[in-house]
Design a protein around this ligand. Structure first.
Ligand code: FE2
Ligand code: FE2
Length: 231
């Protein structure tokens, strides 16, 4: 059986689908319902995951330099890494405002949440507009090594990479993505993750991914890509 081709950049791009799921399908309904306790739990999971994703974009001192700097290097500064770091700082400010608003009650939370969500969703689109066309122009050969070196090493150095994997797989397996089913979206992400991991890293992240998906979804993923659990 021929397995579907791996889309390496999906390790970054499809995490935007995870974050969109969090924003639109998990957090927004909880904010609307005024369910502060469940909002807080979901919010902490989201904040911890986006911190690792952002580190994979911005880079971490002593580890990978991040996707924005990688693309600047390959495409003559076309991304402007500093601009996206500044967007992350703005987003962080609004994130902190949401965290502070949770104990203040539903009204305060909704105000902070609406401002944060608009900023976060615009940021995802901005990154996609600028980076996706460039990523597509990277040579296919060696793309996985580039993402491993610049992004994955930064995410691992940041700390919380286990959470990034578990949170991402759980979200895609539950909700799918804008254009894909739960099994399809999960498959694309874990296939990319395996491609950018060393065998030792994959030995660690495979059980985390498997445990995060519903068994039926994982079985469907494996049916398409048996090599995820094979040699
Ligand atoms: Fe970002
Ligand atoms: Fe991003």
């Amino acid at each position: 059986m021929t397995e579907p081709e791996v889309s390496v950049p999906a390790v970054m791009r499809n995490y935007h689908e995870v974050l969109r799921n969090d924003l639109a399908k998990v957090l927004a309904p909880l904010a609307e319902a005024g369910d502060l306790a469940r909002f807080e739990t979901a919010w902490v999971g989201y904040v911890d995951a986006i911190a690792v994703h952002a580190a994979m974009e911005d880079g971490v001192a002593g580890a990978g330099g991040g996707i924005t700097t990688m693309l600047d290097l390959h495409f003559d500064g076309a991304v402007n890494a500093a601009l996206f770091r500044a967007e992350h700082e703005d987003e962080h400010g609004l994130q902190a405002a949401v965290t502070r608003a949770i104990p203040l009650g539903v009204g305060a939370l909704r105000d902070a949440w609406v401002a944060y969500r608009a900023c976060a969703e615009a940021h995802l689109l901005h990154e996609e507009d600028v980076m996706m066309p460039l990523v597509a122009r990277l040579p296919k050969e060696g793309k996985a090594a580039l993402f491993a070196q610049w992004c994955v090493s930064a995410g691992i150095a940041q700390g919380g990479f286990d959470h990034l994997v578990a949170h991402g797989v759980a979200s895609l397996a539950a909700f799918g993505s804008t254009k894909n089913t739960p099994a399809g979206a999960t498959r694309v992400f874990v296939q990319a993750l395996k491609a950018v991991c060393t065998p030792e890293q994959w030995t660690r992240y495979l059980p985390i991914a498997r445990a995060a998906a519903a068994p039926a979804v994982w079985a469907a993923v494996l049916a398409e890509v048996p090599s995820l659990e094979g040699a």
